[in-house]
Design a protein around this ligand. Sequence first.
Ligand code: NAP
Length: 518
Amino acid sequence: MTIILESLAEDRWVAPRAALVEIPSALDGRVVAAASSHGLDFAAIARHARQVGGPSLRRLTFHERADLLKRLATYLNERKEALYELAFETGATRRDSALDIDGGIGTLFSYASRGRKELPAERFIIDGVTERLSKRGSFVGTHVLTSLNGVAVHVNAYNFPCWGLLEKLAPSVLAGAPVIAKPATPTAYVAHALAKMIVDSNVLPPGSFQFVGGGLGDLLDHLAGQDVLSFTGSIETSERLRNHPAVSRYAVRFIAERDSLNAAVLGPDVVAGAAEFDLFVNEVAQEMTVKAGQKCTAIRRVLAPRSQADSVCAALEARLSKVVVGDPRREDVAMGPLVGLSQRETVREKINEICAEAEVVFGDPTRCEPVGGDAARGAFLSPVLLRCNDPVRSARPHTTEAFGPVSTVMPYEDLNQAIDLARRGEGSLVASVFTYDPAVATELTFGIAAYHGRLVHVDRDCASESTGHGPVLPGLVHGGPGRAGGGEELGGLRALAHYMQRTAIQASPARLAALTKA
Ligand code: NAP
């Protein structure tokens, strides 16, 4: 049965009437859903968010909004099994979906808890200290953050239909911003099921959550200076949205999370047999195969001392040869298909591009024999390990993102070169460092920190509790400079600042105290 995706516009579910786009199953190409936003009145949707959703959220204190998030998270947590079932069609294994579904619900819980514990029972935040502005002290100033009066438009990528929607929703709602969520079409049926649950929960006030199944239509034409556009996806789409006339003219707040050529660096002190060597190999293999490598934080560039490159390749080949690719419903399967045949085609093209400067050392990009899967019609792809022997004079392994189970091993000569190579991702979400030498750890950290949103050190002391390279945590920065988009979508309560205005208030101490109840 084909699921026809409805949109939630002005608090009513609206079925699409024309221009339906079919959405195929990743498993066998069967049409599982169809979507279209044709005919939606996007001006009215934006108006509804501003006139109904915004005021109803802004009436509440942070604590009351945090309570909404907690109630919503609890509601979803009790019903998540239906999302898991649907997500199999996207190619996700149960383990993949845990990141997406439980990860998203966990982010709601996290923001709920922080909102209660770390924010005041108020509608504004005092930001920083009071500045003395006069000789006698009768005139002072401070900063306050108040909710913007617009709408937050959330445009998501296909790889995390639940987490993507919820991790943007949590800081928005806590900040008092009504949301219009637009999922990526290839997995929109999972986001649609989630949106139905959000509405059925009756937790969020009217107008505070709307959902677009299908394209964005002319929604961006209706944005203005109190609005926020938060985007996750490719650089190309990001550029298009950032340069939209309304977005640039009205300085619409724009948050972008996009391509990232994340690196893992094996320290020059580490040799085969050392604990950090095994941890490094495990992490790379894991990052290549979780969600079939369709993860913005996946390790794409594997930097190892030249003396260890052969051992690293051999160990990775041994690990990857044990990865069972196939029907994600099966317990013995570690990796499902990519989300669709067109995405697989794109990944194969990118592998070919990288192969102008690298060679395949494991996996055949053109062949895969899935266990229990439909090899002909499913979007299955073997993990593919590449090796680029001259990463200094090569460009593509540093700048071409194959958004699938693909990584490139690159040997480096010394620590300075490792730092130089890591920086050549032109800005990434995350890098991980595997060393037990404090001097190496320090050099690497301060050599590459400016190019990364997050750095993960993994060694024998923390490995058993480490959350690893890939997983994004609500309390820490998710975002990165340059190629990664320059955004900072998560990072504890600082993420609320995207949806709030920072205003300097100058007044007498008495007036300021009365205003801020300090
Ligand atoms: P995409 O093709 O750029 O699409 C992203 C979103 O933009 C989708 O919702 C898409 O909707 C929408 N979109 C596309 N063209 C648009 C337009 N002209 N106007 C308005 N909206 C438009 O990216 P994707 O294929 O979904 O995701 C893969 C990419 O995302 C990879 O490059 C990956 O690196 C990146 N990614 C980054 C992060 C991060 O946090 N940094 C996370 C995940 C993924 P439709 O699907 O309806 O076209």
